[in-house]
Write a protein that binds this ligand. Structure first.
Ligand code: NAD
Ligand code: TYD
Length: 368
């Protein structure tokens, strides 16, 4: 059983949700978060955990093998859960370097540190869990069967190519050196603490700020959306019951076209404002929502280069072998998400800084 965890990238979106879930579900053992706190990392996402005796945070880079080795030894780590990555496709198109550095070189250095301490050192029982994405499998056409674990890799963006490379490294360190590894592969997550550069939080926040809701191309691209806490539960199950060297798809079988999601969020936001009068005072800028005309903010913009048309994941293996099933439906998850952003304005306001504005201007043109 995993006992002392090192969670890389635990101050990011999925990592923070995993850390909260693990801390609630496992009162025993310890957990160290290692995170470089890039623009996407936010200590406020871990706030409530800080100060707890079982939790510690280290600001540092996964490429720093010496630092990683010392944490593995000093904290008696038996399990690494590896989330740390550059994760945004659009940024990977503008500036791929950081994706190669962190996702490929960073994963390599982490694997080497783990091998040095666990295999050349004390030989303790261990697990390196790698968190991957369905984007490594490429793009599906309408009617194609879902991605299974045995799909060939066909990554199309610098992001997915760098993640595919890291998956290969993890596999090779198991096959060649005998490092105990597992890999989980998830589709698009949504939920609390997601940095507002990804579709769902951008739409929620732009509604509250009465800014355009940018839809790339025709808006009919399909993603298989998955509530982030269900992802955390899936990873937990793989850590507890997964078999060494195996790869597990985790998903909720929930395909939506982008434009349909954006329309739904507009409707949920108008509903939230009409049910709870406090939001009109709290978000006076949200004039289109207040007038019941949220959808007028929908704006079609230039498509993303090389935009993958469809992702859809087959999660039969984890259901049948480990007994996994998601708890949230899409309907309950998206309602919780809209409500979280409405109730946690301080969290998202704190990230709308100069660098966020620079990114929005660069990707969408000036957005004032
Ligand atoms: P994120 O961008 O929100 O967070 C990434 C975190 O990694 C940040 O806290 C950042 O500070 C940290 N980080 C970046 N470079 C680092 C480095 N060199 N050293 C240490 N820390 C570093 O990403 P996310 O959406 O939470 O994704 C986490 C993982 O899950 C990624 O590996 C991603 O590929 C995978 N994943 C994400 C999704 C999704 O929908 N978000 C879906 C499937 C898989
Ligand atoms: P995103 O959340 O960036 O995730 P990914 O590219 O990893 O799937 O994008 C989800 C979908 O939404 C994708 O098809 C691109 C599209 N999209 C928009 O239409 N507008 C936007 O402003 C963003 C960020 C994404």
């Amino acid at each position: 059983m995993p006992s002392n965890l090192l969670v890389t990238g635990g101050a990011g979106f999925v990592g923070a949700n995993f850390v909260h879930h693990w801390a609630r579900a496992h009162p025993e053992g310890s957990l160290v978060v290692l995170d470089a706190l890039t623009y996407a990392g936010n200590l406020a996402s871990l706030g409530a955990l800080e100060g707890g005796s079982r939790f510690s945070f280290v600001k540092g880079d996964i490429k720093d093998s010496e630092l990683v080795s010392s944490i593995l030894k000093e904290k008696n780590i038996d399990t690494i859960v590896h989330f740390a990555a550059e994760s945004h496709v659009d940024r990977s198109i503008y500036s791929p370097d950081a994706f190669i550095e962190t996702n490929i070189l960073g994963t390599f250095r982490l694997l080497e540190a783990a091998r040095g301490v666990w295999l050349k050192g004390d030989g303790r029982k261990h697990c390196f869990h790698h968190v991957s994405t369905d984007e490594v499998y490429g793009s599906l056409n309408p009617g194609d069967p879902f991605f299974t674990e045995s799909n060939t890799f066909s990554p199309n963006s610098p992001y997915s190519a760098s993640k595919a490379a890291s998956d290969h490294l993890v596999r090779a360190w198991h096959h060649t050196y005998g490092l105990e590894v597992t890999t989980s592969v998830s589709s698009n997550n949504f939920g609390p603490y997601q940095y507002p550069e990804k579709l769902i939080p951008i739409v929620i926040i732009n509604l509250l700020e009465n800014k355009p809701l940018p839809i790339y191309g025709d808006g009919k691209q399909i993603r298989d959306w998955f509530f982030v806490e269900d992802h955390a539960r899936g990873i937990e199950l793989v850590l507890e019951k997964g078999s060494g060297g195996e790869r597990y798809n985790i998903g909720g079988n929930n395909e939506w076209a982008n434009i349909d999601i954006v329309n739904l969020i507009c409707e949920l936001m108008e509903e939230a404002f009409s049910v709870n009068g406090k939001y009109k005072n709290q978000f006076p800028n949200a004039t289109s929502v207040i007038k019941g005309k949220a959808k007028t903010l929908i704006t079609y913009v230039k498509d993303r280069p090389g935009h993958d048309r469809r992702y859809a994941i087959d999660a039969t293996k984890i259901q049948q072998e480990l007994g996994y099933s998601p708890r949230e439906s899409f309907e309950t998850g998206i309602r919780k998400t809209v409500s979280w952003y409405l109730e946690n304005e301080a969290w998202w306001r704190s990230v709308l800084d100069g660098s966020y504005k620079d990114w929005m201007d660069r990707n969408y043109g000036v957005n004032d």
